[in-house]
Design a protein. Structure first.
Length: 134
């Protein structure tokens, strides 16, 4: 039952993150993220804002695994979700919405989640990507 809750919360958290990178608005990130991952995403949004771009991810998952794996940065965090798949990332100018570039990547990402008041927030991420095209 807990594994299903962790997975469904990750999906909801991921939607908040995707909306933030798509719009450049990180005001809802604390509803999805904590710790290292919150700091990482704020940094991404700041970098994108400075560059005048937003990022839109279209993910295609091929495998999702939920289980216990100790976060290498915080041994008290043990719930982990691994997602394997591909993503098309579109970078657009914030000024006019025109596409700057696109990339197709393969990814194998691990997300560590921590329970905050009955909702699991993404607190840490291990990202492994490989550019396929772009």
């Amino acid at each position: 039952a807990t594994a299903a809750k962790v997975k469904s919360d990750l999906v909801a958290d991921g939607q908040i993150e995707l909306q933030a990178t798509r719009t450049g608005d990180g005001s809802h990130l604390t509803e999805a993220d904590a710790g290292n991952n919150l700091a990482r995403l704020k940094s991404v949004l700041a970098r994108n804002a400075a560059g005048g771009v937003t990022e839109d991810f279209t993910n295609q998952l091929s495998k999702v695994t939920v289980g216990k794996l100790v976060d290498p940065n915080d041994r008290t965090v043990t719930w982990c979700v691994e997602e394997i798949g591909t993503s098309r990332i579109t970078y657009s100018r914030t000024s006019d919405g025109s596409v700057v570039s696109q990339q197709l990547i393969k990814f194998d990402d691990r997300f560590w989640l921590v329970d905050q008041g009955g909702h699991y927030l993404i607190t840490d991420v291990q990202v492994a990507t490989q550019v396929v095209a772009g």
